[in-house]
Design a protein around this ligand. Structure first.
Ligand code: PGA
Length: 253
């Protein structure tokens, strides 16, 4: 059955690639994707590569996104980057609440909410990441945690364009991806939660991505699930050929 929501495949390069490496990636990747239009492709590079990608991908179907943002638009916030600066570089998406920022940098749901709010009100699209740790899953707390992350992350945010990425922490960068059944179960739970927080019609249109050790070999199984609308891809998005296979959902046509 064809889904009403367009599949979205987003690359999260994390703290990888200098500008010269981004250039080699684009040179290899672009010719591999000439005929793809049923999948929306987004690349989220480090901030330092955004000016280059903004020019290099101009006129292509590939969108660019940032990996983080600060909630104020300008001022004395040493080291931070605002939505205004991202818009100047043609960013359309911003990842917020990635588990590496929650765990390594210590971002709370309150901070993530401020960032999500800033992104939405600037007219950019947040990719809000949620997901439980291994310990929380073992203790059967996965849905409780995701539910809290959604409630607090989306507090006071009006229904608008939004993407949710379900990324179980134990599956990120480990090679141990979630089963397609678990990804579907949590995505369906997330959609119900969004329907409760907002309304069912809006929730039906929201794309929910799976993230955590997505590879060319397993992508088709995830996007084959009724509530999984694409993927947020870390490690496998660094290689142009692997990422191109993921974007093609590992098909050869
Ligand atoms: P991974 O990372 O694909 O390397 O597991 C996914 C992510 O952190 O977004």
């Amino acid at each position: 059955m064809k889904k009403i929501r367009k599949t979205l495949i987003a690359a999260n390069w994390k703290m990888n690639k200098k500008v010269s490496e981004a250039q080699s990636f684009v040179e290899s990747f672009l010719p591999l994707n000439r005929s793809i239009n049923e999948v929306e492709i987004v690349i989220c590079p480090p901030f330092t590569c955004l000016p280059y990608l903004s020019t290099a991908l101009n006129g292509t179907v590939i969108e660019i996104g940032a990996q983080d943002v600060f909630w104020e638009t300008e001022g004395a916030y040493t080291g931070e980057i605002s939505t205004v600066m991202l818009q100047e570089l043609n960013c359309r998406y911003v990842i917020v609440g990635h588990s590496e920022r929650r765990q390594i940098i210590g971002e709370s749901d309150l901070i993530i909410n401020k960032k999500t709010k800033a992104v939405s009100s600037a007219g950019l699209i947040p990719i809000l990441c949620v997901g439980e740790t291994e310990e929380e899953r073992k203790q059967m707390q996965a849905q409780t945690v995701v539910s809290r992350q959604l409630e607090e992350g989306l507090q006071d945010i009006v229904a608008g364009e939004l993407v949710i990425a379900y990324e179980p922490v134990w599956a990120i960068g480990t090679g141990a991806h979630a089963s397609q059944g678990d990804a579907q179960e949590m995505s369906s739970f997330i959609r119900h939660k969004l329907a409760q927080l907002y309304d069912a019609t809006w929730a039906e249109g929201i794309r929910i991505l799976y993230g955590g050790s997505v590879k060319p070999e397993n992508i088709a199984r995830f996007v084959g699930q009724p509530d999984v609308d694409g993927a947020l891809v870390g490690g496998a998005s660094l290689d142009a050929h692997d990422f191109a296979r993921i974007v093609r959902l590992n098909r050869n046509d």
